[in-house]
Design a protein around this ligand. Sequence first.
Ligand code: COI
Length: 390
Amino acid sequence: MHPPGRAGAILEFEIRPSRHCLRDEDRHSFLDAPVFGQVFTDHMVTLRWDSERGWHDGRLEEFHNLSLPPSASVFHYGQEVFEGMKAYRQPDGSIALFRPERNAARFNASARRLAMPELPVETFLRAVELLVRQDRQWVPDGAGTSLYLRPFMIATQPTLGFTLPSNSYLFCVVASPASPYFSVRTGPPALTVWISEEYARAAPGGTGAAKAGGNYAAAFLAQRHAVEQGCDQVVWLDAAEHTWVEEMGGMNLCFVQQPTDDGPATLMTPALTGTLLPGVTRDSLLRLAARLGLGCEEGRISVAQWRKRCEAGVITEVFACGTAAVIAPVGQVRAADGGWTVGDGRPGPVTMRLREELLGIQYGRRPDDLGWLRTVCGPTEGPTSLERVC
Ligand code: COI
């Protein structure tokens, strides 16, 4: 439907470094204790698409407000997709991304579902890497900190017409230093979750497998309801039967089940039925769990089974996982007809072991033998003529 642009052409970005970068001392004050998604780096990347020219006008420039007509289709029909990924400071001072090709592929899957143009994977990676290199001094080095990257695409055609998808789009990448979601010294606290039986996140044939802003917009009401019930996060059930557990908030869910015989414990996570987001962290943890000798299962679990198996001591740990939160242990579950405790209500050993394995690879403390890291800047990489530090 959408012409991809000049086939085979390598897209170049015009580099326009900002003349108003934050002073070192101000930047350091943000990097000491960054709050998720509050402060953004000096630069951003933009790239445009229209049906005549395909992808064009790529730029790296100063972080700035966008100017769009109020008639731009994103404001009315919510045609938007995004990604979440992180750049990690390595022990030698270099900077690496974690499985960014996966984010690029998922971005395109999301774009296809929302009838938006796909971005060549190498262009997606180049955009992200340009920004990280330009703003490398914004990659924090405190324990558990990272530079959170948010690539996104919006529909910009100025029309209220609803016959065809927008004929123009803006792709952007912005970056924000991020703290560990959980205290590193005390370990992650266990969350209390609310099972939403009233609302559904995604239905068969819908956009649940896409990272589309609209999915998150529709989740706020249930999330607020969960908070009003004294819970941290909402748990989503399938839309058809309101029975099968799908996700938690904006993250995938994993269950640690003890064996009935002498075998190993199993990491079970709801299968990707088309209504769940295929998380990069979810996939990575399944791979790491298998390497640790755990059984791995992509299956399904009902709320009743969750409760019964916790009460029987079969399910001993539950956690949510995602790029932003990494691993978020679940300690208490509440629903309209009561609640129960997972294990002893605290983060369990399998959860913590998987977390340490994953973080170990991401922060270069463990060998990257799965080839998941992509180095973006060397330890001493100085400014180049194109990408200079301002
Ligand atoms: C991420 O984990 O990167 C996400 O996009 C989740 C978001 C709700 C913070």
